[in-house]
Design a protein around this ligand. Structure first.
Ligand code: SAM
Ligand code: SF4
Length: 326
């Protein structure tokens, strides 16, 4: 799968649900969203059909995401089915970690290779505030612990940077990489319809985080762990882990984009943001060939996203990243 700008597309992010057990301040409104109905969701068989169609076209890597993917029932069954698709070499998961202690082992046995876990503060009281769900910090830490014990490798921790909310913990997060083989990735806050105040007032460019870290220690650029995503990585000399930055706002990395997205209701999206999407679900249910639709979606993949700091222009009407899988 090569798009109109010569980029090889080999990675699909599959959202399995738009629901979540947290309400992160930058992601979902406190009252939630109007959820998809069950019949609107792709079944596991339908998701696997899309992946089976794309694998001979060049799909190699799949990431399961959401909403919170672990709230969907019997997720290990889907993992097992995807892991059996010929050509899929890498199967990973993005999760908030809350249910990972309970399900980590089954997911590992079913075929998930590696996990990204979101954690925006190391202080339990703050996690409660940022996730709007009291008690979540202990569960997330237990989830990370279980992820390590069952052998997920590498472990990446995603931290969305917010001025005045967690930027005083940049050094604490980075210090963890001196002790543990974790890959801490600072992510720039992206504007969506439901977070405009926050993204206007609390945005921090990752360059500022790196400047602050250079004050406490030397940082050497490194290739980064397996995963080949948009992050740029650094390491304190001798540290087992790395610090990564993901800079969708300050430094666009769209020229390296290798992915498309499948939403929980079966829309194939060529870009995280924007209006473009192709309905695969209904043609799939009518038994039609999906390949021409996949080819059309590839052809329309934009050169870059058009996000603008402090505005939802360019987000394509997206209210929350939980709707597309982030
Ligand atoms: N629930 C899972 C999780 O939190 O990891 C998977 C879905 S979540 C939408 C995927 C990623 O998007 C998370 O790392 C989250 O922090 C990030 N994210 C959500 N909204 C964001 C925003 N407005 N700006 C930057 N990152 C965001
Ligand atoms: Fe849920 Fe993930 Fe969005 Fe937080 S970032 S509300 S955990 S989907």
């Amino acid at each position: 799968m090569i798009d109109g700008f010569g980029r090889r597309i080999e990675y699909l992010r599959v959202s399995v649900t738009d629901k979540c057990n947290l309400r992160c301040v930058y992601c979902m409104p406190e009252e939630g969203l109007s959820w998809l109905r069950k019949e609107q969701l792709l079944t596991y068989e339908e998701i696997v059909k899309v992946i089976t169609t794309m694998a001979p076209l060049g799909l190699r890597r799949v990431r399961i995401t959401g909403g919170e993917p672990l709230v969907r029932r019997d997720l290990p069954e889907l993992v097992h089915m995807i892991a059996a698709v010929p050509g899929i070499e890498d199967l990973s998961l993005s999760t908030n970690g809350v249910l990972l202690e309970e399900h980590g082992e089954a997911l590992r046995e079913a075929g998930v290779n590696r996990v990204n876990i979101s954690l925006d503060s190391l202080r339990p009281d703050r996690v409660d505030v940022l996730s709007r769900r009291p008690g979540s910090a202990q569960r997330i830490m237990a989830g990370i612990d279980r992820a390590e014990r069952v052998g997920f490798e590498p472990i990446k921790v995603n931290v969305v940077l917010m001025r005045g909310r967690n930027d005083d913990e940049i050094a604490d997060f980075a210090d963890l990489t001196r002790e543990r083989p974790w890959h801490i990735r600072f992510i720039e806050l992206m504007p969506t319809g439901s977070n405009l105040h926050l993204s206007r007032d609390s945005f921090i460019p990752c360059a500022e985080a790196l400047d602050r870290l250079r004050e406490i220690g030397e940082l050497e650029p490194v290739p980064g762990p397996w995963g080949n995503g948009p992050a740029t990585y650094y390491r304190f000399p001798g540290a087992p882990g790395t610090v990564g930055v993901i800079t969708p706002m300050s430094h666009n990395y769209c020229e390296r984009c290798n992915r498309m997205r499948l939403t929980a209701d079966g829309q194939l999206r060529p870009c995280l943001f924007g209006h473009l999407q192709t309905n695969l679900r209904d043609p799939l249910r009518r038994g039609e060939d999906l390949r021409p639709l996949i080819a059309d979606t590839l052809r329309t993949k934009p050169e870059r996203h058009l996000l603008v700091q402090g505005s939802d222009v360019g987000s394509g009407g997206l209210i929350a990243l939980s709707q597309t899988g982030g």
